[in-house]
Design a protein around this ligand. Structure first.
Ligand code: HEM
Length: 319
């Protein structure tokens, strides 16, 4: 028996106003329970187990009371409410400037901020330094993504200042979601760097699979994580798949090697770094798994995205 995540996941709550008015489902061991008032909020109690419903005393036992006390604490705790408000504010402003056509650029921005991390000297990572690095050749085209976000960030900053690192991390998650990808919960509290990261830390597109795996290993990522992250190239004009739909087409198309065909798909050549992945035994095993199972890809992408946006980050509060 556990509290449903919907009861405690701040990202599942749309806005501060809808939060106070909403009725939330809590999974408790009894059926057809009445709505109860809890910290000024109306909570509907629902059953998690049919056999538990046979025992009316169960509801009023100590465990049920503990559930109610925990739920009441979580829903009324100031830090929970603050995190919920802050996330809702960010999502609301980002959604105003985000469209499917802009999603690819925003997701790429996440990698170009976080992907500079180096485990060896502990430099780089998700620290907002990308805003100082936009003139670097590898960041070509990202100025317009920062500009799009700037409009939304100004609105948020006027109410409650937010770091670039947090803002980009949430924007990338929203970009994935708007294109049909998984919902990714992002923790807030990253601190921005005051100087640019060292240069030359992002992988070049000409790397072969061995060099790519080595490069990602230095950032703390496995071959499986490299493959899952590369699935981001399902978005955008240079990847494989519909440029505005986040799904597992990237892996399916990669397996077909359209660049080597003389047929109608040969215009889809992708990036050299993507093409290199299918030449590696370890990578191709994951490419095949993700091509077969979109749910697995979504789950693994969600997890590695969270790892990416926490990579090398400094926090104002504990994660
Ligand atoms: C594995 C190493 C990677 C390399 C070598 C690489 C390189 C590139 C290159 C050269 C482009 C084309 C940019 C252009 O339009 O001129 C691109 C696009 C893109 N990359 Fe990556 N990338 C890598 C990993 C990632 C990761 C980990 C993510 C995100 C999690 C990502 C997200 C994107 C997206 C969304 C685009 C499309 C951008 C658009 O069309 O506006 N990339 N990448």
């Amino acid at each position: 028996m556990r509290l449903s995540t919907a009861a405690v996941d701040p990202s599942s709550l749309r806005s501060a106003s809808s939060f106070s008015a909403a009725t939330y489902l809590l999974r408790l061991p009894s059926r057809n329970l009445p709505a109860v008032k809890c910290g000024g909020k109306s909570l509907t109690l629902a059953s998690a187990s049919p056999c538990a419903a046979a025992s009316p005393n169960y509801l009023f036992g100590r465990r049920a009371l503990m559930y109610m006390a925990t739920a009441s604490f979580l829903l009324t705790s100031p830090s929970f409410a603050a995190a919920t408000d802050e996330m809702s504010l960010l999502q609301e402003e980002i959604r105003k400037v985000l469209s499917k056509g802009k999603a690819a650029g925003l997701l790429r921005l996440v990698f170009h901020d976080a992907g500079t991390f180096d485990k060896g000297d502990r430099t780089g990572g998700m620290n907002g330094s990308i805003v100082y690095e936009l003139d670097r050749p590898e960041n070509m085209g990202l100025k317009k993504s920062v500009k799009i976000l700037e409009k939304a960030k100004v609105q948020v900053d006027a109410i409650r200042p937010v770091s670039w690192a947090d803002f980009i991390a949430v924007a990338g998650a929203e970009a994935v979601l708007v294109c049909g990808g998984p919902k990714i919960p992002v923790q807030l509290g990253r601190v921005d760097a005051k100087v640019p990261d060292p240069e030359g830390k992002l992988p070049e597109e000409s790397l072969n699979a061995t060099a790519m795996k080595q490069c990602f290993k230095k950032k703390g990522f496995t071959a499986q994580e490299l493959v899952a992250l590369s699935g981001a190239h399902t978005l955008g004009s240079k990847g494989f798949g519909n440029p505005t739909v986040f799904d597992n087409s990237y892996f399916k198309i990669l397996l077909e090697k359209p660049w080597s065909s003389s047929g109608g798909m040969s215009s889809m050549i992708g990036l050299p770094s993507d093409r290199a992945l299918v030449e590696d035994d370890e990578c191709i095993r994951w490419i095949s798994k993700y091509a077969d199972d979109q749910n697995l890809f979504f789950e693994d992408f969600k997890n590695v995205y969270i790892k990416l946006v926490n990579t090398g980050a400094e926090w104002t509060r504990s994660v």
